[in-house]
Design a protein around this ligand. Structure first.
Ligand code: SF4
Length: 259
């Protein structure tokens, strides 16, 4: 199945109706994914694909700072108006050893060149105990934090976390945001390792809804598969079904965006 890796530190701009003109920042190696998860749906491919692990080097603060400074200035000089700057890319952005310093630099460059742009990070929520990560996340506009499933056995099957993962610890860490974050959840169904599942099954939606009520995120992004996946046998959940399963939470006042 066709998956892909970003080949630059700064990529884009990408034009989207939802967020406008968007720049992506990839803090991970360009030759292979690095992540504390290995989700069956990851568009970067499987952890086992790409270059040998020993060759996967994260870009340093200096490399990221240089790349951002150069590209931001170029776009500014061309008169391009950037609406959004997002940390995403080939894995979990907060794993970069210089993440806190990079966030500070990004804020500085955003304020200089694109003061109205919104800075976002897409994270799998597993690194909030790392030194400086939580505080750095608090400095940006949108913390978009992943929790896909309340059932730990199914989570192990679909997110394939690194050893030592504890959902309860992740939830406790997310509580530290006091609801000041966006929860992102991928809903899909299929068969993995012979196990059939549907993340919109009533008991799974009930467990996930309890997590939402506990964390009270400012917003929820519920979405389904959009691109090829590294693992075969996965199926998209139609938008209407996502509307249906999230309706009770919406009725309770939660803001839920479906796409
Ligand atoms: S958390 Fe994101 S980057 Fe990591 S494996 Fe899952 S989809 Fe890929």
């Amino acid at each position: 199945m066709a998956t892909f890796l970003w080949s630059d530190i700064v990529f884009g701009p990408i034009h989207s109706r939802r967020v406008g003109t968007s720049l992506g920042i990839n803090l991970l190696p360009v030759c292979g994914k690095l992540c504390t998860f290995d989700c069956v749906y990851c568009e970067c491919g499987a952890l086992s694909s790409g270059a040998p692990k020993k060759d996967r080097k994260m870009p340093s603060f200096e490399q990221v700072s240089d790349a951002m400074s150069r590209r931001f200035k170029e776009l500014y000089d061309e008169g391009v108006k950037v609406d959004s700057i997002s940390f995403t890319g080939n894995g979990e952005p907060t794993l970069n050893q210089d993440f806190p310093e990079i966030v500070d630099k990004t804020v500085e460059l955003r304020d200089k060149y694109f003061p109205t742009a919104v800075i976002s990070v897409f994270s799998n929520s597993t690194t909030l105990e790392k030194r400086g990560v939580f505080d750095a996340l608090m400095k940006i506009d949108n913390r978009i934090m992943k929790v896909d499933c309340s059932d730990i056995q199914l989570l192990q099957l679909v997110n394939r976390p690194a050893p030592g993962y504890s959902l309860e610890r992740v939830l406790k860490n997310l509580e530290r945001f006091n609801g000041n974050f966006i929860l992102q959840t991928m809903f899909f169904k299929g068969v993995v390792e012979g196990q059939e599942f549907d993340l919109t099954a009533p008991e799974l939606v009930a467990g996930w809804s309890d997590i939402v009520r506990r964390l009270r995120p400012a917003k929820i992004m519920a979405y389904s598969l959009d691109r090829d996946t590294p693992v075969a046998g996965l199926m998209k959940i139609p938008r209407e079904r996502l509307q249906e399963v999230t309706a009770p939470l919406r009725a309770e006042g939660f803001e839920i965006e479906i796409f």
